[in-house]
Design a protein around this ligand. Structure first.
Ligand code: HEM
Length: 400
Protein backbone atom coordinates (compact mmCIF):
# COMPACT_ATOMS: atom_id res chain seq x y z
CA UNK A 1 0.00 0.00 0.00
CA UNK A 2 1.60 3.23 -1.08
CA UNK A 3 0.94 6.63 0.42
CA UNK A 4 -0.36 9.65 -1.46
CA UNK A 5 1.25 13.08 -0.88
CA UNK A 6 -1.09 13.82 2.05
CA UNK A 7 0.23 10.78 3.83
CA UNK A 8 -3.11 9.05 3.58
CA UNK A 9 -3.48 5.80 1.78
CA UNK A 10 -5.63 6.40 -1.24
CA UNK A 11 -8.53 4.07 -1.79
CA UNK A 12 -7.14 2.97 -5.13
CA UNK A 13 -3.72 2.15 -3.70
CA UNK A 14 -5.24 0.38 -0.76
CA UNK A 15 -7.34 -1.73 -3.10
CA UNK A 16 -4.30 -2.53 -5.15
CA UNK A 17 -2.09 -3.24 -2.14
CA UNK A 18 -4.73 -5.31 -0.46
CA UNK A 19 -4.89 -7.75 -3.32
CA UNK A 20 -8.33 -7.06 -4.70
CA UNK A 21 -7.48 -9.28 -7.62
CA UNK A 22 -7.43 -12.21 -5.24
CA UNK A 23 -11.16 -11.88 -4.75
CA UNK A 24 -11.05 -10.73 -1.13
CA UNK A 25 -12.41 -7.20 -1.31
CA UNK A 26 -10.42 -4.70 0.69
CA UNK A 27 -11.26 -1.07 1.34
CA UNK A 28 -9.48 1.76 3.12
CA UNK A 29 -11.26 3.59 5.93
CA UNK A 30 -10.74 7.38 6.22
CA UNK A 31 -8.00 6.73 8.76
CA UNK A 32 -6.23 4.68 6.10
CA UNK A 33 -6.55 1.29 7.72
CA UNK A 34 -6.92 -1.57 5.27
CA UNK A 35 -10.05 -3.59 5.74
CA UNK A 36 -10.89 -6.96 4.19
CA UNK A 37 -14.42 -8.07 3.44
CA UNK A 38 -15.38 -11.21 5.33
CA UNK A 39 -17.58 -12.65 2.59
CA UNK A 40 -15.43 -13.76 -0.35
CA UNK A 41 -15.01 -16.92 -2.44
CA UNK A 42 -11.86 -17.86 -0.51
CA UNK A 43 -11.01 -17.14 3.12
CA UNK A 44 -8.70 -14.17 3.54
CA UNK A 45 -5.30 -14.62 5.16
CA UNK A 46 -4.03 -17.01 2.48
CA UNK A 47 -3.37 -15.08 -0.73
CA UNK A 48 -4.06 -11.64 0.74
CA UNK A 49 -0.78 -9.75 1.33
CA UNK A 50 1.03 -10.86 4.48
CA UNK A 51 0.59 -8.53 7.45
CA UNK A 52 3.18 -7.83 10.15
CA UNK A 53 1.67 -9.74 13.06
CA UNK A 54 0.26 -13.18 13.70
CA UNK A 55 -1.67 -14.95 16.41
CA UNK A 56 -2.20 -18.60 15.57
CA UNK A 57 -4.50 -20.30 18.04
CA UNK A 58 -5.62 -23.93 18.17
CA UNK A 59 -8.75 -25.03 20.04
CA UNK A 60 -10.17 -28.35 21.20
CA UNK A 61 -13.87 -29.10 21.35
CA UNK A 62 -15.08 -29.70 24.90
CA UNK A 63 -18.79 -29.29 24.13
CA UNK A 64 -21.35 -31.22 22.12
CA UNK A 65 -22.17 -31.25 18.41
CA UNK A 66 -25.05 -28.72 18.78
CA UNK A 67 -22.90 -26.47 20.97
CA UNK A 68 -20.13 -26.54 18.37
CA UNK A 69 -22.54 -25.55 15.59
CA UNK A 70 -23.90 -22.74 17.73
CA UNK A 71 -20.37 -21.49 18.52
CA UNK A 72 -19.37 -21.54 14.85
CA UNK A 73 -22.45 -19.47 14.04
CA UNK A 74 -21.56 -17.01 16.77
CA UNK A 75 -17.98 -16.92 15.44
CA UNK A 76 -19.23 -16.16 11.93
CA UNK A 77 -21.06 -13.02 13.05
CA UNK A 78 -18.20 -12.04 15.35
CA UNK A 79 -15.53 -12.58 12.67
CA UNK A 80 -17.39 -10.39 10.22
CA UNK A 81 -17.55 -7.57 12.76
CA UNK A 82 -13.91 -7.98 13.77
CA UNK A 83 -12.50 -7.80 10.23
CA UNK A 84 -14.59 -4.68 9.71
CA UNK A 85 -12.94 -3.11 12.75
CA UNK A 86 -16.12 -3.17 14.83
CA UNK A 87 -16.41 -4.38 18.44
CA UNK A 88 -17.16 -8.11 18.50
CA UNK A 89 -20.73 -7.43 19.65
CA UNK A 90 -22.69 -4.43 20.92
CA UNK A 91 -23.34 -3.90 24.60
CA UNK A 92 -26.68 -4.71 26.11
CA UNK A 93 -26.57 -2.79 29.36
CA UNK A 94 -23.89 -1.53 31.75
CA UNK A 95 -24.98 -4.06 34.38
CA UNK A 96 -23.31 -6.74 32.19
CA UNK A 97 -19.60 -7.08 31.43
CA UNK A 98 -18.78 -5.23 28.19
CA UNK A 99 -19.43 -7.45 25.15
CA UNK A 100 -16.04 -6.56 23.67
CA UNK A 101 -12.86 -6.63 25.72
CA UNK A 102 -12.12 -3.09 24.51
CA UNK A 103 -8.38 -2.91 23.85
CA UNK A 104 -8.79 -2.09 20.15
CA UNK A 105 -11.22 0.80 20.45
CA UNK A 106 -10.00 3.40 17.96
CA UNK A 107 -7.48 1.12 16.23
CA UNK A 108 -9.66 0.24 13.24
CA UNK A 109 -9.43 -2.99 11.27
CA UNK A 110 -5.63 -2.75 10.77
CA UNK A 111 -5.84 -5.20 7.89
CA UNK A 112 -7.15 -7.99 10.11
CA UNK A 113 -7.75 -11.33 8.43
CA UNK A 114 -9.24 -14.35 10.18
CA UNK A 115 -8.67 -17.78 8.68
CA UNK A 116 -10.46 -20.79 10.17
CA UNK A 117 -9.53 -24.44 9.82
CA UNK A 118 -10.45 -27.90 11.09
CA UNK A 119 -7.89 -30.43 12.36
CA UNK A 120 -7.95 -34.23 11.84
CA UNK A 121 -9.02 -34.77 15.47
CA UNK A 122 -12.31 -32.92 14.86
CA UNK A 123 -13.61 -35.66 12.60
CA UNK A 124 -14.80 -38.09 15.28
CA UNK A 125 -17.88 -40.25 15.79
CA UNK A 126 -18.57 -38.35 19.01
CA UNK A 127 -19.17 -35.14 17.08
CA UNK A 128 -20.87 -36.99 14.22
CA UNK A 129 -18.15 -35.88 11.83
CA UNK A 130 -16.23 -39.12 11.16
CA UNK A 131 -17.59 -39.31 7.60
CA UNK A 132 -16.74 -35.71 6.79
CA UNK A 133 -12.96 -35.87 6.97
CA UNK A 134 -11.29 -35.03 3.65
CA UNK A 135 -8.78 -37.62 2.47
CA UNK A 136 -6.16 -34.93 1.91
CA UNK A 137 -6.35 -33.99 5.62
CA UNK A 138 -3.67 -36.51 6.56
CA UNK A 139 -2.02 -37.01 9.91
CA UNK A 140 1.45 -35.56 9.50
CA UNK A 141 4.17 -38.25 9.74
CA UNK A 142 7.15 -38.11 12.05
CA UNK A 143 10.15 -36.37 10.46
CA UNK A 144 13.81 -36.94 11.29
CA UNK A 145 14.93 -34.64 14.09
CA UNK A 146 11.42 -33.69 15.26
CA UNK A 147 11.37 -32.71 18.93
CA UNK A 148 7.68 -31.96 19.16
CA UNK A 149 6.09 -30.69 22.34
CA UNK A 150 2.56 -32.17 22.51
CA UNK A 151 1.38 -28.89 24.04
CA UNK A 152 2.27 -27.12 20.79
CA UNK A 153 0.77 -29.68 18.41
CA UNK A 154 -2.57 -30.54 16.83
CA UNK A 155 -5.94 -29.07 17.66
CA UNK A 156 -9.54 -29.59 16.55
CA UNK A 157 -9.84 -26.06 15.16
CA UNK A 158 -7.50 -23.25 14.29
CA UNK A 159 -7.86 -19.50 14.01
CA UNK A 160 -5.13 -17.65 12.17
CA UNK A 161 -5.42 -13.93 12.98
CA UNK A 162 -3.07 -11.64 11.06
CA UNK A 163 -3.06 -7.86 11.27
CA UNK A 164 -0.80 -4.85 10.96
CA UNK A 165 -1.28 -4.13 14.66
CA UNK A 166 -0.38 -6.86 17.19
CA UNK A 167 -3.16 -5.82 19.57
CA UNK A 168 -5.77 -6.17 16.82
CA UNK A 169 -4.64 -9.75 16.05
CA UNK A 170 -4.60 -10.74 19.72
CA UNK A 171 -7.92 -9.03 20.41
CA UNK A 172 -9.65 -11.06 17.69
CA UNK A 173 -8.48 -14.39 19.08
CA UNK A 174 -9.14 -13.39 22.66
CA UNK A 175 -12.71 -12.38 21.89
CA UNK A 176 -13.41 -15.47 19.77
CA UNK A 177 -12.08 -17.61 22.63
CA UNK A 178 -14.32 -15.76 25.06
CA UNK A 179 -17.38 -16.37 22.89
CA UNK A 180 -16.60 -20.09 22.71
CA UNK A 181 -16.26 -20.71 26.44
CA UNK A 182 -17.84 -24.01 27.47
CA UNK A 183 -17.61 -25.40 23.91
CA UNK A 184 -14.00 -24.85 22.93
CA UNK A 185 -10.82 -24.67 24.99
CA UNK A 186 -7.61 -23.07 23.80
CA UNK A 187 -5.00 -25.77 23.20
CA UNK A 188 -2.01 -23.68 22.16
CA UNK A 189 -1.37 -20.18 20.94
CA UNK A 190 1.61 -18.85 19.03
CA UNK A 191 2.45 -15.23 18.46
CA UNK A 192 4.59 -14.15 15.51
CA UNK A 193 5.87 -10.73 14.55
CA UNK A 194 7.61 -9.74 11.38
CA UNK A 195 6.39 -11.67 8.40
CA UNK A 196 9.16 -13.81 7.01
CA UNK A 197 7.70 -14.60 3.63
CA UNK A 198 6.79 -12.14 0.99
CA UNK A 199 4.02 -13.62 -1.11
CA UNK A 200 4.45 -11.23 -4.00
CA UNK A 201 7.43 -10.16 -6.06
CA UNK A 202 6.26 -6.55 -5.78
CA UNK A 203 6.99 -6.36 -2.05
CA UNK A 204 10.50 -5.86 -0.74
CA UNK A 205 11.52 -9.29 0.53
CA UNK A 206 11.60 -9.31 4.35
CA UNK A 207 14.33 -11.07 6.34
CA UNK A 208 14.01 -13.82 8.89
CA UNK A 209 15.94 -14.15 12.15
CA UNK A 210 18.85 -15.79 10.29
CA UNK A 211 19.34 -12.44 8.58
CA UNK A 212 18.45 -13.79 5.12
CA UNK A 213 15.75 -12.61 2.75
CA UNK A 214 12.84 -15.01 2.97
CA UNK A 215 10.21 -15.48 0.32
CA UNK A 216 12.22 -14.72 -2.82
CA UNK A 217 11.29 -17.96 -4.56
CA UNK A 218 7.90 -18.26 -2.86
CA UNK A 219 4.82 -18.77 -4.99
CA UNK A 220 3.39 -15.39 -5.98
CA UNK A 221 -0.03 -15.15 -4.34
CA UNK A 222 -1.20 -12.80 -7.11
CA UNK A 223 -0.69 -15.54 -9.68
CA UNK A 224 -4.24 -16.87 -9.76
CA UNK A 225 -3.30 -19.78 -12.04
CA UNK A 226 -0.55 -20.92 -9.64
CA UNK A 227 -2.96 -20.57 -6.72
CA UNK A 228 -5.53 -22.68 -8.54
CA UNK A 229 -2.97 -25.38 -9.26
CA UNK A 230 -1.14 -25.50 -5.94
CA UNK A 231 -3.15 -23.81 -3.18
CA UNK A 232 -6.93 -23.94 -3.67
CA UNK A 233 -8.69 -27.28 -3.52
CA UNK A 234 -10.47 -28.10 -6.75
CA UNK A 235 -12.55 -31.27 -6.66
CA UNK A 236 -12.39 -33.14 -3.39
CA UNK A 237 -13.86 -36.33 -1.94
CA UNK A 238 -15.50 -33.85 0.47
CA UNK A 239 -17.26 -31.28 -1.74
CA UNK A 240 -17.34 -28.80 1.18
CA UNK A 241 -13.57 -28.37 0.77
CA UNK A 242 -13.77 -27.20 -2.83
CA UNK A 243 -12.31 -23.67 -2.87
CA UNK A 244 -10.59 -24.29 0.46
CA UNK A 245 -6.97 -25.06 1.27
CA UNK A 246 -4.80 -26.92 3.79
CA UNK A 247 -2.72 -25.12 6.38
CA UNK A 248 0.41 -26.74 7.81
CA UNK A 249 2.05 -25.00 10.76
CA UNK A 250 5.45 -25.88 12.22
CA UNK A 251 7.00 -24.08 15.16
CA UNK A 252 10.67 -24.15 14.21
CA UNK A 253 13.07 -23.02 16.83
CA UNK A 254 16.32 -21.65 15.42
CA UNK A 255 19.51 -21.94 17.44
CA UNK A 256 20.22 -18.31 16.70
CA UNK A 257 23.35 -18.10 18.90
CA UNK A 258 25.03 -20.98 17.07
CA UNK A 259 23.92 -19.64 13.69
CA UNK A 260 25.34 -16.17 14.31
CA UNK A 261 28.72 -17.71 15.21
CA UNK A 262 29.07 -19.22 11.71
CA UNK A 263 31.18 -17.50 9.09
CA UNK A 264 29.30 -15.60 6.40
CA UNK A 265 30.45 -18.18 3.85
CA UNK A 266 29.12 -21.08 5.89
CA UNK A 267 25.78 -19.32 6.42
CA UNK A 268 25.47 -18.59 2.70
CA UNK A 269 26.41 -22.14 1.77
CA UNK A 270 23.76 -23.52 4.15
CA UNK A 271 21.05 -21.40 2.54
CA UNK A 272 22.39 -21.38 -1.03
CA UNK A 273 21.99 -17.62 -1.39
CA UNK A 274 24.02 -14.47 -0.68
CA UNK A 275 22.97 -12.80 2.53
CA UNK A 276 23.19 -9.19 1.35
CA UNK A 277 21.40 -9.41 -1.98
CA UNK A 278 19.41 -12.62 -1.59
CA UNK A 279 20.78 -13.74 -4.99
CA UNK A 280 21.39 -17.47 -5.45
CA UNK A 281 25.06 -18.49 -5.14
CA UNK A 282 24.76 -19.35 -8.83
CA UNK A 283 23.63 -15.83 -9.81
CA UNK A 284 23.97 -12.10 -9.21
CA UNK A 285 20.53 -10.68 -8.61
CA UNK A 286 17.86 -11.67 -6.11
CA UNK A 287 15.41 -12.90 -8.73
CA UNK A 288 17.94 -14.82 -10.82
CA UNK A 289 16.81 -18.44 -11.12
CA UNK A 290 18.64 -21.13 -9.15
CA UNK A 291 21.15 -22.91 -11.37
CA UNK A 292 21.49 -26.23 -9.62
CA UNK A 293 23.88 -27.51 -12.30
CA UNK A 294 26.40 -24.65 -12.08
CA UNK A 295 29.86 -25.65 -10.85
CA UNK A 296 32.81 -23.71 -9.42
CA UNK A 297 36.46 -23.99 -10.52
CA UNK A 298 37.07 -27.18 -8.48
CA UNK A 299 34.01 -28.95 -9.80
CA UNK A 300 31.92 -28.35 -6.70
CA UNK A 301 28.33 -27.17 -7.23
CA UNK A 302 27.87 -23.44 -6.57
CA UNK A 303 24.71 -24.33 -4.66
CA UNK A 304 25.82 -27.13 -2.34
CA UNK A 305 24.05 -30.48 -2.40
CA UNK A 306 22.73 -29.84 1.13
CA UNK A 307 21.87 -26.13 0.64
CA UNK A 308 18.38 -25.32 1.91
CA UNK A 309 17.16 -23.83 -1.38
CA UNK A 310 18.36 -26.83 -3.39
CA UNK A 311 16.85 -29.43 -1.08
CA UNK A 312 13.57 -27.45 -0.94
CA UNK A 313 13.45 -26.68 -4.66
CA UNK A 314 10.59 -27.91 -6.83
CA UNK A 315 13.16 -29.41 -9.22
CA UNK A 316 14.38 -31.85 -6.60
CA UNK A 317 10.89 -32.58 -5.24
CA UNK A 318 8.87 -33.76 -8.24
CA UNK A 319 7.54 -30.23 -8.76
CA UNK A 320 6.17 -29.87 -5.21
CA UNK A 321 5.61 -26.23 -4.22
CA UNK A 322 3.84 -24.49 -1.33
CA UNK A 323 2.72 -20.97 -0.48
CA UNK A 324 4.80 -19.96 2.55
CA UNK A 325 3.32 -17.39 4.95
CA UNK A 326 5.47 -17.58 8.08
CA UNK A 327 6.34 -15.21 10.90
CA UNK A 328 9.30 -14.80 13.24
CA UNK A 329 8.72 -15.52 16.90
CA UNK A 330 10.63 -14.69 20.07
CA UNK A 331 9.28 -16.48 23.15
CA UNK A 332 11.79 -15.39 25.77
CA UNK A 333 14.49 -17.75 27.05
CA UNK A 334 14.74 -21.50 27.24
CA UNK A 335 14.73 -22.00 31.04
CA UNK A 336 17.06 -25.02 30.77
CA UNK A 337 19.82 -23.41 28.72
CA UNK A 338 19.26 -19.65 28.96
CA UNK A 339 19.34 -19.53 25.15
CA UNK A 340 16.79 -17.55 23.17
CA UNK A 341 13.64 -19.49 22.34
CA UNK A 342 13.22 -17.84 18.96
CA UNK A 343 12.64 -18.93 15.40
CA UNK A 344 10.17 -19.23 12.62
CA UNK A 345 6.47 -19.96 12.95
CA UNK A 346 6.38 -21.68 9.60
CA UNK A 347 2.97 -21.62 7.95
CA UNK A 348 2.25 -22.90 4.48
CA UNK A 349 -0.81 -23.40 2.30
CA UNK A 350 -1.42 -26.05 -0.34
CA UNK A 351 -4.17 -28.23 -1.79
CA UNK A 352 -2.43 -31.59 -1.24
CA UNK A 353 -0.25 -31.68 1.90
CA UNK A 354 0.91 -35.29 1.37
CA UNK A 355 2.51 -34.35 -1.95
CA UNK A 356 3.55 -30.81 -1.03
CA UNK A 357 4.61 -30.08 2.58
CA UNK A 358 5.32 -33.74 3.44
CA UNK A 359 7.41 -34.28 0.30
CA UNK A 360 9.47 -31.17 1.03
CA UNK A 361 9.89 -31.69 4.75
CA UNK A 362 10.79 -35.39 4.35
CA UNK A 363 13.80 -34.39 2.25
CA UNK A 364 14.66 -31.29 4.27
CA UNK A 365 14.66 -33.22 7.55
CA UNK A 366 17.21 -35.67 6.12
CA UNK A 367 19.44 -33.44 3.99
CA UNK A 368 19.05 -29.72 4.76
CA UNK A 369 22.24 -28.03 6.04
CA UNK A 370 19.99 -25.67 7.97
CA UNK A 371 18.56 -28.49 10.10
CA UNK A 372 21.69 -28.49 12.29
CA UNK A 373 20.48 -25.11 13.51
CA UNK A 374 16.74 -25.75 13.72
CA UNK A 375 14.47 -27.83 15.93
CA UNK A 376 10.82 -28.44 15.08
CA UNK A 377 8.92 -28.07 18.36
CA UNK A 378 5.31 -27.74 17.20
CA UNK A 379 3.23 -29.17 14.36
CA UNK A 380 -0.34 -29.04 13.12
CA UNK A 381 -2.46 -29.43 10.00
CA UNK A 382 -5.91 -28.02 9.27
CA UNK A 383 -8.48 -28.11 6.50
CA UNK A 384 -9.57 -24.53 5.79
CA UNK A 385 -12.95 -24.40 4.04
CA UNK A 386 -13.66 -21.82 1.32
CA UNK A 387 -14.89 -18.35 2.21
CA UNK A 388 -18.23 -17.95 3.94
CA UNK A 389 -20.97 -16.84 1.55
CA UNK A 390 -23.31 -14.04 2.57
CA UNK A 391 -26.07 -15.45 4.76
CA UNK A 392 -24.07 -18.65 5.38
CA UNK A 393 -22.06 -19.65 8.42
CA UNK A 394 -18.75 -21.35 9.21
CA UNK A 395 -20.47 -24.54 10.34
CA UNK A 396 -22.40 -25.00 7.07
CA UNK A 397 -19.34 -26.30 5.27
CA UNK A 398 -18.21 -29.06 7.54
CA UNK A 399 -21.59 -30.05 9.04
CA UNK A 400 -23.48 -29.91 5.76
C1 HEM B 1 13.66 -22.08 10.43
C2 HEM B 1 13.33 -22.68 9.31
C3 HEM B 1 13.52 -22.10 7.94
C4 HEM B 1 14.21 -21.01 7.53
C5 HEM B 1 15.01 -20.05 8.40
C6 HEM B 1 14.08 -20.91 6.09
C7 HEM B 1 14.66 -19.95 5.30
C8 HEM B 1 14.62 -19.89 3.93
C9 HEM B 1 15.34 -18.95 3.10
C10 HEM B 1 16.24 -17.84 3.63
C11 HEM B 1 15.05 -19.23 1.81
C12 HEM B 1 15.60 -18.52 0.57
C13 HEM B 1 14.74 -17.40 0.07
C14 HEM B 1 13.41 -17.82 -0.48
O1 HEM B 1 13.29 -18.30 -1.59
O2 HEM B 1 12.46 -17.68 0.27
C15 HEM B 1 14.14 -20.36 1.81
C16 HEM B 1 13.62 -20.96 0.70
C17 HEM B 1 12.70 -21.98 0.73
N1 HEM B 1 12.25 -22.66 1.84
FE1 HEM B 1 12.82 -22.33 3.72
N2 HEM B 1 13.28 -21.94 5.67
C18 HEM B 1 12.92 -22.69 6.75
C19 HEM B 1 12.13 -23.82 6.76
C20 HEM B 1 11.50 -24.34 5.66
C21 HEM B 1 10.60 -25.45 5.67
C22 HEM B 1 10.19 -26.25 6.90
C23 HEM B 1 10.18 -25.62 4.38
C24 HEM B 1 9.22 -26.64 3.80
C25 HEM B 1 8.92 -27.78 4.32
C26 HEM B 1 10.83 -24.62 3.57
C27 HEM B 1 10.66 -24.48 2.21
C28 HEM B 1 11.34 -23.58 1.42
C29 HEM B 1 11.16 -23.49 -0.01
C30 HEM B 1 10.20 -24.33 -0.85
C31 HEM B 1 12.05 -22.51 -0.46
C32 HEM B 1 12.25 -22.06 -1.91
C33 HEM B 1 13.25 -22.98 -2.57
C34 HEM B 1 13.50 -22.58 -4.01
O3 HEM B 1 14.33 -21.69 -4.24
O4 HEM B 1 12.89 -23.17 -4.90
N3 HEM B 1 11.63 -23.85 4.38
N4 HEM B 1 13.90 -20.75 3.12
Amino acid sequence: VSNDPTGRISRRDALRGAGLITGALAVASPAGAVRYAFHAPHQSGVVTPVQDHLILAAFDVTGSHPQLRETLRTWTTAAQRLVEGEPVASDRSPVYPPADTGETIGLGAAGLTLTFGFGPSLFTERLGLAQRRPRALIDLPHFAGDRLDPGRCGGDLVVQACANDPVVAFHAVRNLARLSEGTLALRWLQRGDGRTSSTSSREQTPRNLLGFKDGTANLDARDTEAMRRHVWVGESDQPWMSGGTYLVARRIRVRVEAWSALSLETQQAAIGRFRASGAPLSGRRERDPLRLDAYGPYGTPLIATNAHVRVASAKENHGAVILRRGFNFVDGLDPRTGELDAGLMFICYQNDPAHQFVTLQSRLSELDALSTYTVHTGSAIFACPPGVARGASLDDAVFG
